[in-house]
Ligand binder design. Structure first.
Ligand SMILES: Cc1cc2nc3c(=O)[nH]c(=O)nc-3n(C[C@H](O)[C@H](O)[C@H](O)COP(=O)(O)OP(=O)(O)OC[C@H]3O[C@@H](n4cnc5c(N)ncnc54)[C@H](O)[C@@H]3O)c2cc1C
Length: 507
């Protein structure tokens, strides 16, 4: 509990939803010393849909780096990592609308500021494992998680937010809606949510088949849709019905059989339906991520087709960006505009991902036009430039926030420098502070770092490869705020840092 505020608010931040996004946000806020309560409607964190194979989630570079930098990567124990033993890279590096691209075609010189690092460019993880790792971390550092508590509404005042959940109410100085695609916080807060209507209903199902030989394993595009059988009886299916069958009633065995027959164009027979859920490619995004003391993150702020494997990554990226900014705001240590930069930095990234997901849907349609475009993409993706382009987009490896004109690294993820004693940049970021890195040792950067108190660590020493840089300022989320080659002008560091860090008393 934070007792620096003479108010009755029990928690600095209340988070609605203990999905991966809510849990990572809780970890980030608590790391920065803020008190956090997470309210989750489900009694149990377990679900067959979170376990393999349904719970398989592709993670992209910014996500993997986030786990790595907070010391959580090894605990993910992802099958994707295990399948890539040292020195034997997997062949397939990713896909666009199911069209694979291979590692051996990718030109790594595209990423001039990327150093070899334990953070892979892509990997797979199980959703339940991701949530377990994050919940364990959150609770170990003092986050309170209450399960079986559904947020139903809230009222905000100038000082805080009162949250209603059945006959209980909770007080927080801030509320963050991480409550998924049908967010109560988004709807209750009157956020507008705009975008495009669905083209298909998608299903994840586990069934028993009387005649399994009638359906192939792997991904099958058919004249009426698409199905993929990841292992016997486990299907993803897509039917282009404009989303008409999504959430219109219970998903019965008869319905799943009819859909599978239509898509596969066989007379396959189901004898049992064990697991079933549906989804669509509806692509919508909130036009604001904050109203007063209420914020949105993750699927609550944006939804899109899951087939491109980006939604979790987008949401986790939101909260790596938001966590330290909201914490600084709660503590009264945020420079003007810091919290607003959450929206201005993350909304454009969300827009890009929604557009990327629409592009994939457009070439999966069961139409001659889509097939024609798909065959062109297949040709392009098989080239070196094509594979490199798609890898860059799918891995989100060149993600950059617009921090204005400056060094090419500003706004991008910091390289994982390795100091000669073996320390890596990621380890220095584990406690969630910023870094002022001084490779030059001639400018008075140490005293500049002191201006920001314990929010920025001053780091010097020799690294194995400094990539031609003399100094750089790294934000707590691992994004480079300022970088310099050649002679350092200390005033530039001061100016860049003043945008992200308040001057500490006596600093
Ligand atoms: C089939 C499928 C495959 C996918 N594959 C990938 C992939 O490979 N890569 C990828 O990046 N993404 C993928 N995604 C998307 C990804 O799963 C989501 O984007 C991600 O789970 C969003 O996380 P979240 O925490 O924002 O929301 P959620 O995971 O939906 O969590 C929200 C939480 O809030 C709780 N909640 C909801 N309402 C309330 C309330 N009123 N009060 C309290 N609690 C509430 C829910 O119970 C839930 O626990 C896939 C999705 C699907 C459906």
């Amino acid at each position: 509990m934070n007792n620096r505020h003479p108010t009755s608010f029990l928690f600095d931040v209340v988070i609605a939803g203990a999905g991966p996004v809510g849990l990572l946000l809780a970890c980030e806020l608590r790391l920065a010393g803020v008190s956090v309560l997470v309210l989750e409607q489900a009694e149990s964190p377990h679900s067959p849909l979170k376990k393999l194979p349904f719970g398989m989630r592709g993670l992209t570079l910014p996500t993997i780096e986030a786990f790595y930098r907070r010391g959580l990567l090894d605990s993910l124990e992802a099958p994707g990592r295990q399948a890539k033993p040292e020195g034997k890279p997997r062949k397939q590096a990713g896909h666009f609308a199911g069209i694979p691209f291979d590692y051996d075609r990718i030109n790594p010189s595209m990423w001039a500021y990327r150093l070899p690092s334990p953070a892979d460019s892509n990997m797979a993880a199980e959703m339940e494992r991701v949530e377990t790792v994050l919940a364990d971390r959150a609770q170990s550092i003092g986050v309170e998680i209450r399960r079986g508590v559904r947020v139903e509404g809230f009222a905000q005042s100038a000082d805080g937010v009162t949250i209603q959940a059945g006959d209980q109410s909770f007080e927080g100085r801030w509320l963050v809606g991480c409550d998924g695609g049908r967010s109560v916080v988004r709807k209750g807060g009157g956020f507008s949510f705009v975008g495009t209507d669905p083209e298909f209903t998608g299903y994840s199902v586990q069934v028993d088949l009387a005649d399994p030989e009638k359906l192939k394993l792997g991904r099958q595009l058919t004249p009426t849709g698409m199905y993929f059988q990841t292992q016997p009886g486990h299907f993803g299916m897509v039917e282009f019905d404009s989303g008409a069958s999504h959430r219109t009633g219970p998903i019965t065995l008869a319905h799943v059989q009819a859909v599978l027959r239509r898509i596969s164009q066989t007379d396959v027979t189901l004898t049992a339906l064990r697991v079933a859920t549906s989804w669509t490619d509806r692509a919508q995004q909130a036009t604001e991520y904050r109203k007063g003391r209420v914020l949105l993150a993750g699927d609550a702020a944006h939804i899109h087709s899951p087939l491109g494997g980006q939604g979790l990554n987008l949401g986790l990226g939101d909260v790596m960006n938001l966590g330290w900014k909201l914490a600084a705001t709660v503590r009264g240590e945020a420079p003007d505009g810091l919290l607003d930069s959450y929206f201005s930095e993350r909304h454009p990234i969300g827009e890009q991902i929604l557009a990327w997901s629409r592009a994939q849907v457009s070439i999966m349609r069961p139409s001659p036009h889509a097939r024609a475009m798909e065959s062109i993409i297949r040709d392009l993706i098989a080239t070196r430039d094509g594979a490199t382009y798609f890898a860059d987009r799918v891995w989100n490896a060149s993600m950059r926030y617009d921090l204005g004109d400056g060094h090419a690294l500003a706004g991008r993820s910091a390289p994982d420098f390795e100091w000669t004693d073996g320390t890596r940049l990621a380890a220095l970021l584990a406690d969630g502070t910023g870094l002022l890195i001084d490779f030059d040792h001639r400018a008075p950067l140490r005293s500049i770092a002191r201006r920001w108190g314990d929010k920025v660590k001053y780091v010097r020493g020799e690294v194995k490869d400094r990539l031609g840089l003399t100094a750089l300022l790294v934000r707590p989320d691992g994004i480079v705020a300022w970088a310099c080659e050649g002679e350092v002008n200390p005033e530039d560091a001061v100016e860049a840092g003043s945008r992200w860090f308040a001057v500490h008393d006596g600093g």
